[in-house]
Ligand binder design. Sequence first.
Ligand code: SAM
Length: 349
Amino acid sequence: METVRVLELYSGIGGMHYALKESGVPAEVVAAVDINTMANQIYKHNFPDTPLWNKSIEGLTLEDFAGLSVDMVMMSPPCQPFTRIGLQGDVSDPRTKSFLHILHLLPRLHRPPRFILLENVKGFETSAARDRLINTLTECGYVFQEIMASPTSVGIPNSRLRYFLIARRSAENMNIHTGSKVWDVCAQPAEDDLALVSKAACSGTTPPEEKASHGLVLYKLETEMQLQRKTTQNSNPDVKQIQDFLEAGSQVNVEEYLLPPKTLLRYSLLLDIVQPTSRRSVCFTKGYGRYVEGTGSVLQGCMDTEVQSVFTDLELLSEEDRLQRLMSLRLRYFTPREVANLMCFPPCF
Ligand SMILES: C[S@@+](CC[C@H](N)C(=O)[O-])C[C@H]1O[C@@H](n2cnc3c(N)ncnc32)[C@H](O)[C@@H]1O
């Protein structure tokens, strides 16, 4: 099989490049393009031999494409215009401009890429940007498939529901079929709604410590449905346990990652707590470690105490007693290496 020449747009820290390597497809990233200097430093550190263009994608020309002679374009355009908790500016958000530029170039390329791979957040599948992408692909003679998938679909205990599109020029005699159906390969379609736990809870829909109808005790600000979903996720043997992604105890300075008292007292009801034996965690975001609400799970370090007993009647205690109880769980943030493990970056990253 010939080596596939790949252009990696919005290359960030190189997640797609690692996935490409992992796929076993003989491929070479002939150029990676990103405008973020910090991300580019990380990319360069991990892929020193890949030509990295520190420039805006709006600046790419037909000549750039012709010069690279690419077989495949892979890209993760900025997702903020499409996230469900964002403003959903879609095609009118300035951050979509560079993607629209690519769609403008595609029909004009002398030698269009044989394959296109795209990744984005849940929300993209119903956007006008997605409709424009589909129209452009159809106009250019591509067949494609759209898939919604989460790491849990492949046995990783982290919910991060994402949109994927794979497209191939139809002259390629392919066996994927174009269709308007977005394939959902998740056991639970809305699973990363867990990241929105605190949002629903803060609207005051669920009083703490309410007895739910299935015998589950709601001791935190979460709905019965959310608790039920967590229980189901934790009992799915197809998904690995969190402990398989942790650094060895001797390698972690636990004190450095413990949640500070102020955070425990203020935000304990909003925390998404997981244990080493859990088979789930919520999506980690940029604010992890700085903000609590919906930014990622925290790990229970001491198993001698049950989370439920800590939270029972917690609000009736004095501040000092509350803190003592909460601290007994030894709640800590995941280390950067552990987050990278959950995102399936290889050990060498
Ligand atoms: C969703 S992230 C890409 C993640 C990437 N797949 C990774 O593994 O890190 C989007 C990236 O697009 C870059 N970006 C956004 N707008 C851009 C533009 N107009 N030109 C070039 N890069 C841009 C951002 O700096 C960011 O790194």
